[in-house]
Structure formats: structure tokens, C-alpha cells
Design a binder for this molecule. Structure first.
Ligand SMILES: *[C@@H]1O[C@H](CO)[C@@H](O)[C@H](O)[C@H]1NC(C)=O
Ligand SMILES: *[C@@H]1O[C@H](CO)[C@@H](O)[C@H](O)[C@H]1NC(C)=O
Length: 446
């Protein structure tokens, strides 16, 4: 009886081996699906039943601001380090992202979770021994107990592939460092390890071997409360999890809280990439992010007077990119000024009120007759794709009950625009990485 059970469990486990040479990865799995959990939902290991709506809105706003700091660091070609004088300390929450992904790490497997982050190049987690670690809700991972853990050495393919890697001693162990520019950072060893994902569709496990990770022995997170133990890096850089799984299609769908609770990310043949009418091109940029070509924004059919160059990805400009760990869309300066003005003009029958939470740029009093069905239609014009924003992707009720525009100014830099998760709710986002296509389609997340 016991042996039959073990046999059937083993049969359910599929293995993808990623050779450390990264030459010709073989996949015995064609596709799989992993559930995503909203960090503030009861199913989340970070759920705080005492948090009020105001607390939750404020912390997602702080995470959005912290995110700007992270991207500024990323785009600074890593010349800022926590040891250098240009490093800025500002006490705000780092722990980015609204969605977390559970996974298992090591042999034998240990359960953990990390932030679902399409803007990060490396999956990392806090590791023993801790030089300094922040508090987390589960036991800190101890790689010494894992048979599949292997530190990377300087000069190795793994070390040369890992984003943020550095070699203080060229003949020594490969280290990494990621800074969040707000006092939060992670530092540790670059290593390879087995990562096991639970397939939501097949109720089996997918075991990914020799995955490049960061094992963080020195980690600071300025978040009040418990941050996630780490991050699942899903950018387009070679050391991200997406690039190491040799299935070049990814999709995710996050329902708004009024439309169900099945959020997931799908890989390979399980990924949902919708028809041509919903597609626009995915640009290949130096930052390895999911960059799109945005041509303009219109309000009620009138194109805003925003120069195309504001959205261009040229030279060291970041352009426009999708990010799973930024809550609210942040517009580059010139775009934000025109957009806010355009919205105020379209809603000139109403008088804006100040946001009590101090986060949103434009709010209207719910008691003044302001209703969602009289708000103007906003369309993002991507190349070949006009993408209208739904009301629930545009407006948010603040803690005073007023309706606010759920977008903001990218204060960190006027050079790029981040398309955040609030604007991606109820949208199936599908990436075909071989053909550089992204599809954005409204619908129920199934
Ligand atoms: C999803 O919602 C259904 C009912 O709406 C509920 O029964 C189920 O437990 C929820 N699942 C999760 C993971 O929250
Ligand atoms: C659009 O903006 C540019 C630069 O700010 C300005 O010179 C031009 O007059 C504007 N055009 C319209 C129609 O407002």
C-alpha cells in the first residue's frame, strides 16, 4: 500500500533539467500552471486579519513608491551600491508586489514562497547562516541540509549568467547584491538549486533542477510587519526563472476581487496567448523587462498631446514596461501632467478633493454625484492595439470613500512608465517570448 502510494507520487513528479552549461535544455514537461495568491487574502501566508482597508491601501501605495527606487537602481547600471555615497536611505516599505507564489526548494524539499516579480532578474530567498536576516513567517532556508544546493564559483557559466553577480575574489565564490534604494537590500551567494512548483492544473509537481538562485545571507527589509522570504524573479534576463525554464511562453491573469479568486501564472503550452487583435509587440530592451511600444493615450476619443519620445525606449530611456510587482501605473512626468489635466477637463463638472491617504493624484467626492458610469473612457494606444481601461482598472476607493485615479507620477524618473497590476486586473496577459508578442485581453481569469 505504502509503496504504491510512493510510486504514484513519483510518477506525478515531472523533471526539467537545466544543464549548467545552459546549452540544450531538455524538457519532459510541455506546460504547467502555478497559483498566485494575493498577499492580503486569507489564503496568503502574509495575511494580517487586523489590517484595515486604509492600512492595505497605504502599504500598497508605499510598495509602489519603493518600486520606483528599485527600477532607478536597476537602470543606473548598478553604479550605486549601499557602500557608495550616492546611496539614498528613505524609510519606506520595500517588500514589493501584491502577489506571491509558493514553491519548494532543495532536496529534500522545503516549502517557501516569494513575490511574483516580472521585474526581477534573479530568484532569491533568505538563507542560513544569517549574517543579518529580517523576520519572516516561516523558517529561514538552510542550504546545508540540501543535497541539490551548489554554490557557483567565479568564472563559471552560472556566475557569468547571474544578474547582480560580483566577484570580490576572482578565484572565489560568486556573490550577488540587489539594492532597493530605500535601505533594503539582499546579498549572498549565487548558487544552483532544485525548485519544485505545484502544478495547479495537473495536481502534480514540476521539479526544476540546477536553477540559478541567490541565497541571501545578509538581508534588510524595511517593511513594517512580515515581508515575503524572497522574490521569484521572472524578468527576461537569462538568470530569471522564466529564462531558465525552456518553455518560451508565459501568461498570467489576476481577477479583481469582485471577479473570482483564481489567479495563476502559466508556462509553456499551458500559457494563454489570445488572438492577433489583442496583440502588440514586446520590445527587446537592455533592461530585460517586458517593454511595450506605447504611442499615446486618449481620453474620450481625444489623443493627449504627449510627445512620442516620452514613451520611447531609446538610449538609456526605460520606455514603457509591464510589471507584476508594481500596484499602480506610474507615468513619466510629461505624460502624467497631460493625463491629469485631461482627466480634470473631462470631469470639470466635479470638484477634485484631496486624498486623505496622500497617495492618489486626483480624487472625487462620492457624495457629490460622482459616479463611475460618467467617467471618461481612457485608451492606451499600443502599436497595433488600442487598450481601453475598465472602470475597475482606473478608479479606486480610498479609505474615506472617495473615488481616486489609481495611477500616479513616476517621481523617481521622468524617463519611464510602469504599467502596474491594478491596470492589469481581469486581463489575460500573455507573452510569446520567441516571437516577441504580448497579448492583453479582458475576460474572466479561468
Ligand atoms: C474562492 O472562492 C470560493 C467561493 O467564492 C471559495 O469557496 C474558495 O475557498 C475561494 N478560494 C480561495 C483560494 O480563496
Ligand atoms: C503640444 O505640446 C507642445 C509641447 O509642449 C506644444 O508646443 C504644442 O503647442 C501643443 N499642441 C497643442 C495642440 O496643444
Amino acid at each position: 500500500m505504502a509503496s504504491t502510494l510512493i510510486f504514484s507520487l513519483v510518477a506525478l513528479i515531472s523533471i526539467i533539467t537545466v544543464p549548467s552549461s545552459m546549452s540544450s535544455p531538455k524538457a519532459s514537461v510541455k506546460g504547467f500552471e502555478v497559483r498566485l495568491i494575493h498577499r492580503d487574502s486569507p489564503a496568503s501566508p502574509l495575511y494580517n486579519p487586523r489590517a484595515t482597508r486604509a492600512d492595505l491601501i497605504k502599504s500598497s501605495g508605499r510598495r509602489t513608491i519603493a518600486r520606483q527606487n528599485y527600477f532607478n537602481w536597476l537602470m543606473s547600471n548598478k553604479t550605486w551600491s549601499r557602500y557608495s555615497s550616492s546611496y539614498v536611505w528613505a524609510p519606506i516599505d520595500q517588500s514589493p508586489g501584491d502577489y506571491i507564489m509558493r514553491f519548494k526548494v532543495g532536496t529534500p524539499e522545503v516549502e517557501t514562497f516569494g513575490v511574483f516579480d516580472t521585474g526581477s532578474h534573479l530568484t532569491w530567498l533568505q538563507c542560513e547562516p544569517c549574517e543579518q536576516c529580517f523576520s519572516q513567517t516561516i523558517t529561514i532556508y538552510n542550504p546545508a541540509s540540501s543535497q541539490s544546493y551548489e554554490k557557483a564559483m567565479c568564472g563559471s557559466v552560472v556566475c557569468n549568467t547571474a544578474s547582480g553577480a560580483r566577484c570580490p575574489n576572482p578565484k572565489g565564490e560568486c556573490k550577488y547584491e540587489i539594492n532597493y534604494m530605500d535601505g533594503s537590500f539582499t546579498e549572498g551567494d549565487v548558487a544552483t538549486e532544485t525548485i519544485t512548483l505545484e502544478d495547479d492544473g495537473l495536481s502534480g509537481s514540476i521539479s526544476l533542477q540546477n536553477i540559478i538562485i541567490g541565497c541571501g545571507h545578509s538581508n534588510v527589509d524595511t517593511t513594517a510587519g512580515y515581508p515575503a522570504p524572497g522574490i521569484v524573479g521572472l524578468s527576461r534576463q537569462p538568470s530569471s526563472l522564466v529564462s531558465q525554464i525552456p518553455l518560451h511562453r508565459v501568461s498570467y491573469c489576476i481577477p479583481s476581487k469582485y471577479k473570482g479568486n483564481h489567479s495563476s501564472v502559466r508556462f509553456g503550452s499551458a500559457a494563454v496567448i489570445k488572438e492577433e487583435e489583442t496583440q502588440t509587440s514586446l520590445l527587446s530592451g537592455q533592461y530585460g523587462l517586458y517593454q511595450l511600444s506605447l504611442e499615446g493615450i486618449s481620453i474620450d476619443g481625444t489623443l493627449l498631446n504627449i510627445s512620442r519620445s516620452v514613451f520611447d525606449m531609446t538610449g538609456d530611456r526605460g520606455g514603457v514596461f509591464m510589471d507584476s510587482a508594481t500596484t499602480f501605473t506610474l507615468l513619466a512626468f510629461d505624460a502624467f501632467i497631460e493625463f491629469k489635466l485631461g482627466m480634470m477637463n473631462a470631469l470639470s463638472d466635479f470638484k477634485p478633493v484631496t486624498d486623505v491617504d496622500g497617495l492618489f493624484p486626483l480624487c472625487y467626492d462620492y457624495h457629490s454625484g460622482f459616479r463611475l458610469d460618467i467617467t471618461p473612457e481612457i485608451v492606451f494606444h499600443f502599436t497595433g492595439l488600442d487598450f481601453p481601461l475598465g472602470d475597475e482598472n482606473t478608479w479606486i476607493m480610498n479609505s474615506e470613500g472617495n473615488l481616486c485615479l489609481a495611477m500616479g507620477l513616476n517621481e523617481g524618473s521622468s524617463d519611464y512608465t510602469i504599467f502596474g497590476m491594478y491596470q492589469q486586473q481581469n486581463v489575460n496577459v500573455g507573452y510569446d517570448l520567441d516571437n516577441n508578442i504580448v497579448s492583453l485581453k479582458y475576460g474572466d481569469c479561468e
